[in-house]
Design a protein around this ligand. Structure first.
Ligand code: MF3
Ligand code: CO
Ligand code: CO
Length: 270
């Protein structure tokens, strides 16, 4: 029997207990520390396969489990999405070039709790257009996080992200969304990164979910390649993504996947 905690809302969203926040913090901290540590290994000439090998090693050394190895047949400890890859890029032999931007997404399981986070990196020099895209995507995630408190709705989160991104003449990907998580990887609700204020389920203390907006410099449409994973922009425009796992508290939000080294943004701390 699968272990259940807390209770479900009428929308099927699990409400966790006070004590469960500690488990999420431990899982989130490991995922974030791995993303901090990988930063110095991102440079022109590096392969995404080697980055994934290092991530797999860090998960093992921490005595944790990768949530993605074996998930629906996926075989890697990370997704690495370069340039116009929107998400679910498969690590491999391809070498990074100067000016490539990439998202690295890691999900770990620590004592049964899931920590899911991703952020952007650059190999070598950051091109000006990519810098703008990364900044807007990062700030859009935090616009969404600012809406997280009891009484607000999931539509408030999506609207805040969409309005911010579109005010910068960029587009929000509709084909992928954030998700509830906790003792499972993907649970209700679907956390949309677009929407209308006041719509959707109401946020309650004890909800755990991700916010993970994908933003394109061009049009929002994506397509999935023949490998059945890699999602790319249809118009080949650059795409960026940042992801945090968060919990709703009595008066706001706790971010479980904050960078211990203050390196969440590629131009901070490094
Ligand atoms: N970590 C991704 C997310 O944010 C999911 C990756 S599933 C995989 O939800 F199988 F592609 F790894
Ligand atoms: Co996620
Ligand atoms: Co993720």
């Amino acid at each position: 029997m699968k272990e259940h905690r807390g209770r479900l809302t009428k929308d099927g969203i699990r409400i966790y207990e006070q004590a469960d926040f500690a488990g999420m913090h431990a899982a989130g901290a490991l995922a974030a520390r791995i993303l901090d540590t990988i930063a110095e290994h991102v440079f022109p000439g590096q392969t995404t396969g080697e980055l994934d090998r290092l991530i797999t090693q860090m998960v093992d050394e921490a005595g944790a489990t990768s949530a993605t190895i074996g998930y629906k047949g996926y075989q890697h400890a990370s997704c690495i999405s370069v340039n116009h890859v929107v998400c679910h890029g498969i690590p491999g032999d391809k070498r990074l070039k100067d000016g490539d931007i990439l998202n690295i997404d890691v999900t770990v399981i620590v004592d049964g709790w899931y920590g899911d986070t991703s952020r952007m990196y650059v190999a070598g020099r950051l091109p000006r257009k990519a810098e703008r895209l990364i900044q807007v995507t990062h700030d859009a995630l935090f616009k969404g996080i600012e809406m997280v408190k009891p009484g607000n709705t999931f539509g408030d989160i999506g609207h805040a992200i969409q309005a911010y991104v579109e005010s910068h003449r960029m587009s929000v990907v509709r084909d992928f969304c954030g998700h509830g998580l906790g003792r499972v990887f993907h649970a209700p609700p679907n956390v949309l990164h677009y929407g209308r204020p006041g719509t959707g389920a109401k946020l309650e203390e004890g909800m755990f979910f991700t916010i993970e907006p994908m933003v394109n410099l061009g049009r929002p449409e994506t397509k999935t390649l023949a490998d059945d994973w890699t999602a790319v922009t249809r118009d080949k425009s650059l795409s960026a993504q940042f992801e945090h796992s968060v919990g709703v508290t009595a008066d706001g939000v706790e971010i479980f996947t904050l960078s211990p080294g203050g390196k969440f943004h590629p131009t901070y701390g490094s």
